[in-house]
Design a protein around this ligand. Structure first.
Ligand code: OXD
Ligand code: MN
Length: 604
């Protein structure tokens, strides 16, 4: 922090930068929001400690058991504010067409007027924190700078983990005007006065009325995806909702894979996969678990960075079997949001290891007893942890050039229809697979849970412009990448007629990953089916698995009747985007229909 008094945090901070545009904008925001004091965040450890002490004193943070969880705190959000609010999220481009039919649109002047009125005096009696941050490794040609102005101490502490925050950003920025301007106020956390507005033409975001991560950590979904995707199209790169892993084989060769899954489909688990015993000598390194920025490199390959520096993961279901790496990562210096607490100051959530405790304090701070019909932790409760805690963090996570991507994977949560793994015939077909990605909805966003919704490239809530044009950008990218990554579709969630999951998932997904890598390097065969290439039994390593071959076969099966229904659904979705839908994708659908009409042999 720029200046400190006895409690270590208060005082009107002297600016940490002389950048005239930055100072002018901060002045404007202060005149509008009228805070009692302005604090510039420098990203130091002393600042983090002081803010944490203040957070505890104010009841924003509850200290957890320091023996079990050193440096960890619990935060309880307002119960009306526990997930992203897609219906209050707007793209404010000059015309509605630019935002496209899948985004909410607000005319920029109207948005400025409406939110300006809400921001007026919003920080009276509060501190305005100035949070400069870098998305991506400092010095990377792909990195971007943002400054978030916020009245939430929780946001500052989270941004400190999720980004490279503080002086580093101001030094990189220097006198440049090229930074994202993010303004956030919690207001009174009223869902009726909650808006997240993106102004892609101005590289700006205004967020009011929420304190929930996805709505208020403006570097994440707002800058890295919505504004990022818009800038990516303009500047010839890609901002994607993908995790990135490096898979090292026993000879020390590492292959990088990027994978898009809709929210809460196990992307973080996949990014932290531990290979099963059969894969001795193999290692999976996490580069990123949520967001991936990619651009063509001079060598003709597609290079990727993780713009983030931490994990904002879903807690329920995380345990030592599903994600031992995450359990280690979140064992220290972690902020938990909306999980339950045990009497001895440990955390708990549905699907954590061990016995369900007899008594807990639930996510809303109420006493909870074992057997209660209500969930103790909110289904979208989260952990925020710095990536340096990850014991399997890729040694290349800070490489300015990023890592070269050999394969791109699209996955969704589908109990029927979509097979375990399929490789696209080519880039356009792969773009079709991504464009028609569907998933059963989860608790990461407000709304109905468990219905299939089309979520192209897992970007439906995050694409900052018209979706048809976004597909076009994907198709266009193929002209600037000489060595195109191979594209795959996976589904870990297929169920049998009896409702059982057919595939064990988690670490066993390594078997699918290995096939993907072998295919990407053209080292293994496969069967050509109507949907694409699928693993040949002989080339798909299933040894040492407890699952039956019949189940695997069923998980890979293609049912023509369900595919006919699926394709009707694709058509319905494409209709919504008809105005800008690239013709290649419409033709891909027709090709698929024609292939399905033919009796192709699926397996030997
Ligand atoms: C997330 C999400 O928080 O996708 O990553 O909702
Ligand atoms: Mn996400």
């Amino acid at each position: 922090m720029s200046s400190a008094t006895s409690n270590g945090v208060s005082g009107v901070g002297a600016p940490l930068s002389r950048n005239p545009q930055l100072l002018a904008w901060i002045g404007e925001c202060a005149r509008l929001t009228k805070p009692d004091r302005v604090v510039w965040c420098d990203g130091s450890l002393a600042e983090k400690e002081a803010l944490t002490r203040e957070g505890v004193a104010l009841g924003i943070l509850i200290p957890l058991n320091p023996q079990k969880l050193p440096g960890c705190y619990l935060h309880r959000s307002n119960p009306n504010d526990v997930a992203r609010v897609e219906h209050f999220t707007f793209i404010c481009t000059k015309t509605k067409d630019e935002a496209g039919p899948t985004n909410n649109w607000m005319e920029p002047r109207e948005a400025t007027r409406k939110l300006g009125a809400l921001f007026d005096g919003a920080m009276r009696g509060r501190t305005m924190y100035v949070v400069p941050y870098v998305m991506g490794p400092p010095g990377s040609p792909m990195a971007k700078i943002g400054v978030e102005i916020t009245d939430s101490l929780y946001v500052v502490l989270n941004m400190g983990m999720m980004t490279r925050m503080g002086r580093v950003a101001l030094e990189l920025l220097g006198d440049s005007n090229d930074f994202n301007r993010g303004l956030h106020s919690m207001l009174d956390v009223d869902p009726e006065r909650r808006f997240i507005c993106h102004f892609p033409d101005d590289n700006a975001v205004w967020s009011v009325g929420s304190g929930y991560g996805g709505n208020v950590l403006l570097g994440k979904k707002c800058l890295a995806l919505r504004i990022g995707s818009y800038l990516g199209r303009r500047e010839g790169w890609m901002a994607e909702h993908m995790m990135i892993v490096g898979v090292e084989d026993p000879h020390g060769e590492t292959t990088y894979v990027a994978a898009a899954f809709p929210s809460a489909c196990g992307k973080t688990n996949f990014a932290m996969l531990i290979p099963p015993r059969r894969f001795e000598g193999w290692k999976v390194w996490t580069v990123g678990d949520d967001i991936c920025w990619m651009r063509p490199g001079p060598d003709g390959r597609l290079w990727a960075i993780n713009p983030e520096a931490g994990y904002f993961g879903v807690a329920p279901g995380t345990n030592h079997a599903t994600n031992p790496t995450a359990m280690r990562t979140i064992s220290k210096d972690t902020i938990y949001t909306n999980v339950a607490m045990t009497p001895d100051g440990d955390v708990w959530w549905e699907g954590k290891d061990g016995e369900v405790p007899e008594e807990l304090v639930d996510w809303q701070g109420r006493p909870w007893k074992k057997g209660s019909p209500e969930k103790a932790a909110h289904p979208n409760s989260r952990f925020t942890a710095p990536m340096v805690n990850n014991p399997h963090l890729s040694p290349h996570v800070n490489d300015p050039e990023g890592v070269p991507i050999a394969a791109i994977v699209f996955g969704g949560r589908r109990s029927t229809t979509v097979p375990l793994v399929v490789q696209a015939f080519n880039w356009v077909h792969g773009v079709y697979m991504g464009a028609t990605l569907g998933s059963e909805t989860t608790a990461a966003a407000t709304g109905q849970v468990g219905v299939v919704r089309r979520d192209p490239m897992a970007m439906l809530p995050f694409c900052g412009y018209d979706m048809g044009r976004y597909f076009d950008h994907w198709l266009d990218m193929s002209t600037s990448i000489r060595d195109l990554p191979k594209i795959f579709q996976v589904n870990w969630f297929r169920k049998g007629a009896d409702g059982r999951f057919l595939w064990p998932g988690f670490g066993e997904n390594m078997r699918v990953l290995k096939w993907i890598i072998d295919r990407a390097h053209r080292r293994t065969g496969g069967w050509e089916t109507q949907l694409g290439w699928v693993p040949h039994q002989a080339e798909f390593d299933l040894s040492g698995m407890s699952v039956s071959l019949e189940d695997v076969d069923e998980a890979e099966s293609i049912d023509r009747a369900s595919w006919k229904r699926e394709l009707d659904d694709h058509e319905e979705f494409f209709q919504k985007l008809a105005a800008t839908m690239p013709r290649e994708l419409v033709l891909q659908r027709e090709l698929l229909i024609a292939r399905l009409d033919r009796d192709m042999r699926l397996k030997p």
